[in-house]
Write a protein of this length. Structure first.
Length: 91
């Protein structure tokens, strides 16, 4: 992580350290506005990470705030949330 601001790097490293106790993380990538350097103060940090689970299936989590589910038009990619709503199976 070298081309991002210190605040973003620190927040993502803290997040990864918190989940590292629970998951075997193979790697992580910051993407989106914070990786491009075009973020605003309220922008989230988009992080893709590979978790090695004993299931043999790669799980790709996507965190979404409740208000984003309730107002997908305010989400950076509303079409994605709409597709999840149409195709998703609630557990």
């Amino acid at each position: 992580m070298s081309d991002i601001d210190r605040e973003t790097e620190g927040a993502v490293r803290r997040f990864l350290s918190l989940i590292a106790d629970r998951y075997d993380i193979a790697g992580a990538i910051i993407y989106g506005s914070r990786a491009r350097g075009t973020h605003r103060p309220e922008s989230d940090a988009d992080v893709a990470f590979d978790v090695l689970l004993e299931t043999g299936i790669l799980v790709s989590p996507l965190s979404v705030w409740l208000d984003e589910w309730e107002h997908p038009e305010d989400y950076p990619n509303p079409a994605l949330l709409q597709r999840i709503g149409r195709e998703g199976v609630r557990l």
